[in-house]
Every structure is written in C-alpha cells, then in structure tokens.
Write a protein of this length. Structure first.
Length: 170
C-alpha cells in the first residue's frame, strides 16, 4: 500500500518550494435554545514553532488524494480522539481562507515552517474531546472570553475573530 506521507527530506523540500494546502477547523457550539446563535468556539493548546504552548485552531496539511471533508475528519480525530463525530452544518464552507508564511507580514499569518493556504471550517461535533497528538488541551471559549492575541499561535487571533464575525452575521 502506498504511503501518503513524504520522507523527511522530501517534505522539507516541498515546504521550502511550494505553498502547502491545509484545512483549519474552528469547533463551534450553538445555543440549544436560540437557533443559530453562536455560543462558544473551541481551541487547542499546543506547542508551536516558537517553542511555547499557545491556543490554536485544529488543523494541518491535506494528504495526496484526500478530500477536504476527509482531511477535516482526520485532523479532528487525530487531535480530539476517534470517538468525536463532526458535522459540517453550515452550508457555505469554507468560512475563511487563511494565508501563512514564515515572514508573517500582512496579508499572512505566521508559520515559521512553511508558506501555506488553509481553508478554515466551522465545525460542530458530538462526543467528549480527549486531546491527542499535538493537542495538550481542548477548551471551549465564550465569545467574550477568548485568549489575548499574544496567546494565539500562528497569528490566528484575527482568523478566529473574523470567523466569529462571519458566523454571527448569518
């Protein structure tokens, strides 16, 4: 069976040569009593290339031949455990398109490892998240309780806030 992973040397070459396609996931929770009202967003605490734990979206690169839906499900399973079941409820997906680069200069967010483009999805899920893989912790944040901008990894604070604005305008 052919592996979908590159050797370390091939991956380093790709990262330094071309933009990498990724999916980012913003877990969302809507009110049970007020239909369509966004209540909270979920973030993971993980180590970042800056060598410190920061709050981040769930996400990563797509595998060769992998659909966006499968990539989202794989990223969620690897980060929150295999018992978490996601559903792409919102009709207009992706919600946001983020650009990352090692420079972090506008219009990019910061990723010291690579130039990448991430399709950011708002995803509801069922099940109890058990942080795994790169995630040290998973936490729900009320919309007025988000971490401070410097506590976000990969410069994702503006991405999360843009997603919240877009979700609240629907």
């Amino acid at each position: 069976m052919k592996s979908h992973w590159l050797s370390s040397s091939d991956w380093k070459f790709v990262q330094s040569s071309v933009p990498v396609a990724c999916v980012d996931v913003l877990p969302v929770r809507f009110s049970a009593t007020r239909q369509g009202k966004l209540e909270a967003v979920g973030l993971i605490l993980r180590d970042t290339p800056q060598k410190k734990p920061q709050w981040c979206l769930i996400g990563g690169r797509l595998l060769y031949g992998e659909s966006l839906d499968r990539g989202i499900r794989r990223q969620m399973e690897q980060t929150l455990g295999p018992h978490v079941r996601s559903s792409l409820r919102l009709a207009q997906q992706p919600l946001y398109i983020a650009q990352y680069s090692p420079s972090g200069r506008k219009p990019f967010s910061l990723d010291l490892r690579q130039h990448s483009v991430a399709l950011t999805y708002a995803v509801e899920f069922r099940g109890k998240p058990i942080p795994a893989g790169e995630a040290r912790l998973f936490q729900w944040f009320g919309l007025d309780e988000l971490p401070r901008p410097r506590q976000f990894g990969f410069g994702q604070d503006p991405i999360v806030r843009a997603c919240i604005r877009l979700l609240m305008s629907r």
